[in-house]
Design a protein around this ligand. Structure first.
Ligand SMILES: O=C(O)c1ccc[n+]([C@@H]2O[C@H](COP(=O)([O-])O)[C@@H](O)[C@H]2O)c1
Ligand SMILES: Cc1cc2nc[nH]c2cc1C
Length: 351
């Protein structure tokens, strides 16, 4: 974002059109590479789409950065998660020690993992990027999660994270951590995809059926009581969202404005992507799929965003784990595209 992020309107974003010429050049090259046309399947399309996003003849994912944003949720007081709130801060410390799943996967893929505190209720290590808005959101069962001004500050913070920690990134993966955030994400998804709450609410960290029924009731009551204007994404975000979700909204908007592809992770990242797309629909041009989450509402998000997942491995962890794995897939697509020989060069053109 140009200028001072504290005074500029965080929703004011200009997203460039995809470069159709670069996409066509990439497709033409794919047809000349030493393989039967189309034989690399979706890897061919992936390379061409990244070329159109980056406006280049040599699409790349490197350097790749996964940003993991963390925050707490007041709604955990309603007993909607299988784990206590303190796990959020504990996992942030684990990210910093390199001991989390996302840490191991980022190490394996040569990805930088940036950890951001957007509103964790508890002590976090000093090495964490600090954009904490408050010690967790309010309980949406009783009141809106945050003030509108807090939502806007969090979006601005997400945008500044790109400038300050991922300005050189060729690709950014969305990651998050926050006990209770599947409740927020289900509420956002129900509101923005016009789907019944029961159809988009899942087992999160592993709750039983009784707890899931309570989770559905809590979300339904929150939506009924707060009754946000569904056509105003910031109203939806501030009513039932979370600080880490708001940060990811800003991150996504800013990355797209810089032609940087964004790999959407699971259900919570998907909720952030839905909100970003409501703010600026062209953001969807710059989104790439990762896995298909076990959370039932993920499918409604992927449909609304017209996003194809790369794999379905039964994952439901978040943190940016799916995005980190997907980087390897997109890297493979770019490597084949850039590194292969053509029929003419390799003397395979039948002469
Ligand atoms: O990414 C997903 O699809 C996903 C699905 C289920 C759970 N999670 C993670 O689990 C936490 C939220 O689960 P819960 O049950 O506390 O709402 C949060 O830290 C997420 O990163 C993530
Ligand atoms: C241990 C643990 C790790 C997580 N990572 C993302 N969400 C999580 C939830 C729990 C409970």
């Amino acid at each position: 974002m140009s200028g001072d992020s504290t005074t500029a309107d965080p929703l004011d974003v200009s997203i460039p059109l995809l470069d159709d010429e670069a996409r066509q050049t990439a497709r033409d090259r794919q047809a000349e590479l030493t393989k039967p046309p189309g034989s690399l399947g979706r890897l061919e399309t992936m390379a061409a789409e990244i070329a159109a996003m980056q406006s280049t003849t040599e699409p790349t994912v490197d350097p790749a950065v996964v940003v993991t944003m963390a925050a707490d949720h007041g709604v955990v007081a309603e007993g909607v998660s299988a784990y206590p709130q303190s796990i959020t801060a504990a996992m942030v410390a684990n990210f910093c020690d390199g001991g989390a799943a996302v840490s191991a996967l980022c190490d394996a893929e040569g990805i930088e993992n940036v950890i951001v505190d957007m509103g964790v209720a508890g002590e976090v290590p000093e090495s964490v990027v600090d954009h904490s808005i408050a010690d967790g959101t309010a309980n949406i069962a009783a009141e809106p999660a945050m003030r509108r001004e807090q939502a806007l500050t969090a979006i601005a913070a997400g945008r500044s994270v790109v400038e300050e920690h991922a300005s050189e990134a060729s690709l950014i993966g969305l990651g998050e951590m926050g006990i209770g955030n599947t409740t927020s994400s289900a509420a956002i998804t129900a509101l923005l995809t016009d789907t019944p709450v029961s159809a988009v609410t899942g087992h999160g960290t592993g709750i039983d059926e009784e707890t899931k029924a309570r989770k559905v009731a809590v979300i339904e009551r929150a939506i009924e009581t707060i009754d946000p204007d569904r056509t105003d994404p910031v109203a939806v975000l501030r009513s039932v969202g979370g600080f880490e979700i708001a940060g990811l909204v800003g991150l996504t908007l800013e990355a797209a404005s810089r032609r940087t592809p964004v790999v959407v992770d699971g259900f919570i990242a998907g909720a952030a992507a839905l909100l970003a797309a409501e703010i600026e629909p062209r953001v969807t041009d710059y989104l790439l799929g990762s896995h298909e989450s076990v959370e039932p509402g993920h499918e409604a998000q992927l449909n609304a965003l017209d996003l194809e997942p790369c794999f379905e491995y039964g994952m439901r962890l978040g943190e940016g784990t799916g995005a980190a794995i997907a980087v390897g897939v997109y890297r493979a697509a770019c490597a084949a595209h850039n590194g292969m020989s053509t029929f003419a060069k390799a003397g395979l053109d039948g002469e």
